[in-house]
Design a protein around this ligand. Sequence first.
Ligand code: FAD
Ligand code: DLZ
Ligand code: SF4
Length: 508
Amino acid sequence: VTRLVLVLGDQLSQDLSALREADKARDVVVMAEVAQEAEYVRHHPKKIALVFAAMRKFARALEEDGWNLRYTPLDDPENAGSIVGELLRRADGTGAGDVIATEPGEWRLIEKLNHAPIPTHILPDDRFIASRKRFEDWAEGRKALRMEYFYREMRRETGLLMEGDDPAGGKWNFDHDNRKPPKEGLNFPAPVTFTPDADTQAVLELVAKHYGDNFGDLEPFDLATTREEALQVLSHFITHALPRFGDYQDAMMQDQPYLFHALISPYMNLGLLNPMEVCRAAEKAWQDGDVPINAAEGFIRQILGWREYVRGIYFLEGPDYAERNALRHDRDLPDFYWGAQTHMNCVAQAVDQTKRYAYAHHIQRLMITGNFALLAGVDPHQVHEWYLEVYADAYEWVEAPNTVGMSQFADGGVIASKPYVSSGAYINRMSDYCKGCTYSVSAKTGENACPFNLLYWHFLDRHRDRFQANMRMKNIYASWDRMDADRRETVLREAGQWLARLDAGETV
Ligand code: FAD
Ligand code: DLZ
Ligand code: SF4
């Protein structure tokens, strides 16, 4: 009997477990652009266009490979509007009695498939280096789930950057050599861009019509939409940017969105690139003597370490993860996250870049927009939805642990051992934003005081009960306590006044 083989928009891999399990001669692949997936949050138009264009091209490649396939475009009058609805419609049309699927990257969709009124066999998604089971075994019985220890096990297991039993270069982690501040005169490689072909052009028209009002610029659209193109992005990165990736990993520069970053997360998350092939490519560049160890190690840690780890946490922690709010924050997400004016140059830069490119690099996400939301006490669920909407690489399995856990501390410390908060001094050290800002980063109080300076202490003071016993925060509380009482009072009062102006809808 014919079976349906579901391929979701972020499962565009030839070696997908559902395709491996299927029988090309008998089974029918189902792919569908559906309103439910395109609208469960208001995704950035570039993200929707990327998913649809890549889906259409992947579907064509499968057909050329001999698969019998049913593809539903968004504006097909028969479109059932949801993944399960489309499966039922295709079952009717083909006489198929059951479905084979690869596990989706989101609890919401897993539950929908589990409750589908057609038998659905969900296979593990093995496009990751560690299986869910492998991560659960690692986590079992541990008090703290720190990424660094998981990463070392992954290094040993894969042999990546290993010399026998020892880490290449004698250390597991070369971060000490990384994180240089930006400096003038650096030459950043221009990103590889792709001119939309007729298929992509048709998708752009469709997305403009249906989702043109969502936050974000649809055009220019120059992203890769096939595996071949994604491989070009990877190879360009390895040759031109990886050598300096480690050094400037945390730097931020006005009008320079990409620096030495890889820009490959959208393609890995769609399934066009496999994480292991990406790590091996970086390892080879180091073996060939083309990149230093701090760059290769720093990069591989992001994928073999962080990417695998956050996925493990998402599934380990369960479906309620994105609802957590350990610090009980409840302020609404300010309008300037949607492009309204703000005098904070760092925030304005990060948001504008996000709007234009559906991209911001890790430190902008963590230490600018994330840091601000945490300091200001914004409802983490609203923060989570924002990150899920605005980035081209955002899928819940990777976005939620980064936002709810790492960035907002809303999981109470499952991921982060202390909250990622900073005053303006850190932003000033790592960026060139402050010199173009209305606020003064060196002013700690007064009219021009950088809001990060005020809110930093406000945050620490209001969460003192939770954090003062944290060994890693002892010194911070000690310096707060050393300040004279009047000064502390002024900082807290001015922070409160600034937040009141924010709440009143003033441009801040
Ligand atoms: P590079 O800096 O060049 O890094 C290389 C690769 O490492 C990335 O492509 C990515 O696959 C991986 N990586 C690096 N850091 C992480 C991390 N913390 N978690 C998982 N993978 C990582 N990444 C996403 O892929 N999707 C998201 O929705 C997402 N949301 C985030 C939300 C917040 C609040 C924060 C702080 C980080 C988030 N990240 C997310 C992680 C990181 O910011 C992006 O992976 C990275 O900016 C992608 O750009 P790049 O390819 O140029 O990365
Ligand atoms: C993100 C996305 C979008 C915008 N649209 C679709 C779609 O129309 N059809 C589809 O199969 N998948 C889409 N996706 C990806 C899914 O939302 C994704 O598979 C789940 O969020 C699980 O990661
Ligand atoms: Fe951001 Fe403060 Fe610097 Fe302005 S002064 S750019 S608000 S850190």
